[in-house]
Design a protein around this ligand. Structure first.
Ligand code: 3EB
Length: 340
């Protein structure tokens, strides 16, 4: 049985049922079925496709399926608006844009303009609720002090988001990960109805990080909660071994993983009003060093259970003292009894 959602929230958001489901495949389906919003291909080699729904991530995959499909329950329209690719189904819009490396001389300005263009696109198409954003930035920790590329990226994102109305109560869930190549890739999901922002009481809101992490704070929420009519989704941001605002267990990846599990559990408790329990539908784990895989794999599998598809990728994390980060999608477990 599902717990109550506050009345005003319910009336504003309960109309739509969940408009997608996530499935996995070993290779890119050819042709891509009509009812697909996004097809993520995690492979060092780019797939042979110019379909705007195909999202390529040039990374080394250490475990899990290569292809993630966001299937739609309704017909999909896809298109291109300048260099932004998108697909929409009247409840949700999935988009991607890629800036080649040469455009990244000024990361802050490029990121600010990109966010402004994404915001304009989702409003114009009628999906004003920016729900979830993934950022993949080449050489993310290169540069000294405030010139570090991640900090410059955070500056530009903040400059754009701070212009938006009520921005501090509708920050999207996010991931920011490094790539060895590929410039800046941004994927985003936006909805007709706004989600509820979820913060983690174990962590300072990233938006409130102190000055030491850069000239402007990272503008994302720890998770977003979307109460679809047929059950809520808890969409969790990239989650690392951060307590308060500080990295904990630097140099101790196994302990970092335990801290991540605590942070994920804490976020699920924040959503307890909307679900008696949560089931992970999928998770993605980023490891700085592929050599960490054998030691961490049992604990990673244990955290999500044997039936959950977990994709493990080799990638840099945005603080160079972090070795591992995890993101997940949890679905309200409507069949379970309330927790004691
Ligand atoms: C952290 O908690 C770790 O800047 O969009 C995780 C998820 C992290 C998203 C982002 C950063 C971002 O601060 C880093």
């Amino acid at each position: 049985m599902r717990a109550r959602v506050s009345d005003s929230f319910l009336s504003a958001t309960a109309a739509a049922s969940r408009p997608y489901r996530v499935r996995y495949a070993d290779r890119l389906p050819q042709p891509l079925p009509e009812r697909v919003l996004a097809c993520i291909v995690r492979d060092p080699v780019a797939p042979d496709s110019d379909d705007p729904r195909v999202l390529h991530l040039p990374v080394e995959r250490l475990a899990g399926p290569a292809v993630e499909l966001w299937e739609s329950v309704a017909p999909v329209r896809s298109g291109r608006d300048a260099d932004i690719d998108y697909a929409e189904n009247d409840a949700l819009l999935f988009g991607q844009v890629c800036l080649p490396q040469c455009a990244l001389d000024a990361v802050a300005g490029q990121t600010r303009t990109l966010y402004q263009r994404i915001d304009a696109l989702i409003r114009r198409r009628g999906y004003p609720g920016l729900l979830r954003v993934w950022h993949f930035l080449e050489a993310i920790t290169e540069g000294e002090g405030d010139q570090e590329r991640y900090r410059q990226f955070s500056l530009g994102r903040h400059q754009a988001i701070a212009q938006m109305p009520d921005f501090e109560s509708c920050l999207p869930a996010a991931t920011a990960i490094g790539l060895s190549r590929g410039g800046l890739r941004v994927w985003f999901m936006a909805t007709r109805q706004r989600a509820r922002q979820v913060e983690n009481p174990r962590q300072v809101s990233a938006f409130r990080y102190p000055r030491q992490y850069g000239p402007r704070s990272p503008s994302f929420s720890r998770a977003v909660l979307m109460p679809w009519a047929d059950g809520a989704d808890l969409i969790v941001s990239g989650t690392a071994s951060v307590v308060g605002h500080e990295t904990v267990h630097a140099g101790a990846p196994a302990q970092q993983w335990r801290e991540i599990v605590e942070n994920l559990a804490s976020l699920q408790r924040q959503g307890a009003e909307e679900a008696t329990a949560w089931s992970a539908e999928y998770a993605t784990v980023y490891l700085r060093d592929a050599a960490l895989l054998p030691a961490l794999l049992p604990a990673i599998r244990d955290a999500f259970g044997p039936d959950v598809p977990v994709t493990i990728l080799r990638a840099d994390i945005c603080r160079d003292d972090l070795d591992v980060e995890a993101e997940a999608l949890y679905r309200a477990d409507t069949a379970s009894e309330p927790r004691p």
